[in-house]
Design a binder for this molecule. Structure first.
Ligand code: DGI
Ligand code: FE
Ligand code: FE
Length: 206
């Protein structure tokens, strides 16, 4: 009994359990964002199985990737100021982008995640970055293909491709995302553009 009690306590030293994080996110996210989060978590697990990545890491990163998404933009900016989180010009101009950086911060400080790979995957999940590792790619891709997504045009092609060829799928997603952003007239984060260029060059090398 004592042991069981001990496990239930979140002393600030140890990582919050997946179960506790889920309960907290259920309160902090709206219903559709929570459903999306579950979709990303399980899709990341499936991609991890297909590509030989640690399943638990993939699930934890998937679970937390949008943990800052439902904080109002004003408050996102204030939190970044308060905790000295430096923002790029693109993030200042498009506050919706901030949830990735703030999410990685909250995963560390609020949920006591210590795994740097998990934190990094959360950090880069919106724009991607050149030279991503396997876990980064899995979270970036799971975010795009999880079962609840239905807007992107090439999903029926991209979904099976992700399980065969991660880099080919990544390039398709990046270039479709850029096309979409350009069609809406939204400002492109230079990092999104650089990431696409990087994976295009990598594909041409092959
Ligand atoms: O948080 P999600 O909605 O699950 O997805 P996400 O983290 O990929 O980011 C949401 C939005 O951010 C999505 O509509 C694509 C957009 N985004 C990605 N790169 C850029 C961007 N928005 C702007 N303005 N510029 C970018 O370069
Ligand atoms: Fe996101
Ligand atoms: Fe997401």
């Amino acid at each position: 009994l004592i042991l069981r009690c001990k496990e239930g306590v979140n002393t600030k030293m140890s990582e919050t359990s997946m179960d506790e994080i889920r309960k907290s996110l259920k309160k902090e996210l709206d219903k559709s964002r929570y459903e999306h989060t579950m979709g990303v978590m399980y899709t990341a697990a499936a991609l991890a199985m297909a590509h030989g990545v640690d399943q638990k890491k993939a699930m934890l990163a998937g679970l937390l990737h949008d943990c800052a998404k439902c904080i109002p933009n004003e408050e996102k900016m204030e939190l970044c100021k308060k905790y000295h989180i430096e923002l790029t010009q693109a993030e200042i101009d498009n506050p919706a982008l901030i949830h990735a950086k703030l999410g990685a911060f909250l995963a560390r400080k609020k949920y006591h995640v210590t795994d740097e790979e998990v934190l990094h995957a959360i950090l880069v999940h919106t724009t991607g970055e050149p030279g991503m590792n396997l876990l980064d790619k899995i979270i970036y891709i799971a975010d795009y293909i999880e079962p609840g997504r239905d807007k992107a045009k090439n999903l029926p092609v991209v979904r099976p491709l992700c399980f065969r060829d991660l880099d080919a799928a990544l390039l398709k997603i990046l270039s479709d995302t850029l096309d979409y952003l350009k069609s809406t007239g939204k400002e492109i984060d230079p990092l999104t553009e650089q990431t696409c260029q990087y994976y295009k060059a990598k594909a041409e090398e092959k």
